[in-house]
Design a protein around this ligand. Structure first.
Ligand SMILES: C[S@@+](CC[C@H](N)C(=O)[O-])C[C@H]1O[C@@H](n2cnc3c(N)ncnc32)[C@H](O)[C@@H]1O
Length: 244
């Protein structure tokens, strides 16, 4: 399954903000708020999802923000978040409903971010995303992103999931398992809703992740016309469009 205009995130989008908005917002503040505050030209959020990161970028900066999001289910939540932002912030936000390379953004930004995205796209789309980022950045502009996993685990692993989060009479959680599968990491999200200790609903969605060796990634960054520079956070890589 590749993330595009199709049905991707059709299950997860319902639960995404309830389970992830708070931790993801704190992470976006740690990763991007400082750089966003220094942006003077514009910011691009590639793979904006439901807009958790986008909102932090808008709140931390005073420049135009472009949110690029191909999955209709995620974009629906993003649009609702944008509608609730208030006219001032909404005036600075442009939503692009396609993949990174479809947005046609050219030198619009001095900062681009991709949070939890680069590992979620297959290698050809990853290279296209890096090229789109290079094009979207003005000379001297920087792309910040968390890199894909370096390799695969030997066997399936249960990860720390999300929740439980209480809403009304119900308790929501997501159990997350990662399964190595023919060179790809299948991330399995099992959503569970319980009321008074009894299951009300369950739903599942899987996402592939594509590992990349660091030297492969560095080569792709260089091929895209970017150069690695020091990142502002240990979880991130930073790639700069060289100044003319
Ligand atoms: C795991 S979500 C992360 C969402 C958001 N960045 C966050 O941290 O909350 C990955 C997002 O990347 C989007 N995506 C996948 N392929 C993409 C591409 N080629 N260009 C732009 N976005 C893409 C997906 O549709 C999805 O919304």
């Amino acid at each position: 399954m590749s993330a595009s205009e199709g049905t991707e995130y059709a299950v997860s989008s319902e639960f995404y903000d309830l389970l992830q908005a708070e931790p993801d917002r704190r992470r976006a503040q740690r990763w991007f708020a400082g750089a966003a505050g220094r942006a003077r030209h514009g910011i691009v959020d590639f793979g904006a999802g439901t807009g958790i990161v986008t909102q932090v970028l808008l709140e931390s900066s005073g420049v135009p923000v472009h949110a690029v999001e191909p999955a209709a289910a995620m974009r629906t939540v993003l649009m609702s978040r944008a509608a609730a932002l208030g006219a001032d912030r909404r005036a600075r936000l442009t939503v692009h409903p396609g993949r990174a390379e479809d947005a046609g953004l050219d030198a619009v930004a001095d900062l681009a971010v991709a949070a939890n995205v680069v590992g979620c796209v297959e290698p050809a789309a990853r290279r296209a995303l890096l090229r789109a980022a290079a094009r979207a950045l003005a000379p001297g502009g920087v792309l910040l992103f968390d890199p894909p996993p370096v390799g695969l685990p030997d066997a399936a692993e249960d990860l720390t999931g999300f929740g439980p989060v209480r809403m009304g009479s119900d308790s929501y959680r997501a159990d997350v398992t990662r399964v190595p599968d023919r060179g790809v990491l299948r991330m399995v999200f099992d959503y569970r809703v319980e009321r008074a200790g009894r299951s009300v609903r369950g739903a599942r969605e899987e996402f592939p992740m594509w590992p990349a060796e660091p030297e492969v990634l560095v080569e792709e960054i260089t091929q895209a016309g970017l150069e690695l520079v020091a990142a502002p956070h240990p979880d991130l890589l930073a790639a700069r469009r060289p100044s003319r």
